[in-house]
Design a protein around this ligand. Sequence first.
Ligand SMILES: Cc1ncc(COP(=O)(O)O)c(C=O)c1O
Length: 397
Amino acid sequence: MLMKNRDIIKLTDKYVAQTYARFPVALVRGKGVRVWDADGKEYLDFVAGIAVNGLGHNHPAIVGAIQRQARKLIHVSNLYHIAPQSELAAELCRHSFADRVFFCNSGAEANEAAIKLARRYGGEWLGGKYEILSTHNSFHGRTLATLTATGQEKVRAGYDPLPEGFRQVPYNDLYAMERAIGEKTVGILVETIQGEGGVILPKEGYLTGLRELCDRKKIVLIFDEVQVGMGRTGKLFAYEHYGVAPDVMTLAKSLGGGLPFGAMLAKQEVARSFVPGSHASTFGGNPLACSVGLAVLKTLLQKGVMRNCNRIGELLFEKLLLLKERFSIIRDVRGKGLIMGIELDRPCGKIVEECLKEGLLINCTANNVLRIIPPLILTKRDLDHGLAILEKVLARQ
Ligand SMILES: Cc1ncc(COP(=O)(O)O)c(C=O)c1O
């Protein structure tokens, strides 16, 4: 039976855990920057699986890597060496500050690994430090530890008692961070750019200030680049824009080209606190995921994708500034590369729904921020098409 939107929605409503408020469409096919629902309607995709499909849907490099690796070996345990895992780790280290990589399956798991590593390091080398400081409005995942690190009450609600050893201070406030560092603080965990919190960029000097603080206090600086890593901002990693490097960094989302995949990268000084048996993941770094990760990384580095991201990102920013002049409901426009936030003076749910009807997928975060996170391969033509829909919808408000 060929299922239509209505059939799929009915099944979901009956059998799937009710953790998501979903739009009433089921996406069944994708190509490049477009997706189609089960009724055949076409959409331009400015959401990209929330910054996952960096190379767009069904990119030939990703499909090819999946096909080649699936024929060879899909999964094997970390009891053995895994060729694509060793290659991907080497490439990630070659192109970043890091010396070692731990592979897992999601952003939350990558942050969980970072928190666990920091705690082991603090226990072993810093006399028993364990506390992680993070920031208000942040998002780090949904496991118990990562939701406790997340600076949003709504994410934590209903899960008491939460694990100990986490505190938050305002983002972009160096003074507050410095004051918060206590005897037991082992590290600072921040998103290089806050994504879920409404696309909030670090103020000039904030990240370098955090680096100096961590150096001075001899604690660990952890950047969460789950959302903004892997080319999203026009550089491979967002920290490269700010002339600063962390001790630990987490990745996921577009690293796997759409497969569930995450990674925690660390400098050897800290990474040495993970030894055989201290952390593990059955699926983490499996051959299929790592082959795709390698294909994603190579495509990003070799095929002008980040150049395109920068060019289209700049155009997008200019065009959004023009929209801001025209529509008084737009309070602010901000972002880097192809992560842009349009802050409105009202909740953005209705606009998102109307865009969907007009054939544009766009996302709303932090209640009143329209977030544009399209595939990095977006062309000027498709950008114009998407913005024309947005403009039409904004004109109706
Ligand atoms: C910055 C950041 N960290 C962590 C996560 C959690 O990733 P996942 O949903 O893959 O667990 C997200 C997800 O949106 C994120 O944006």
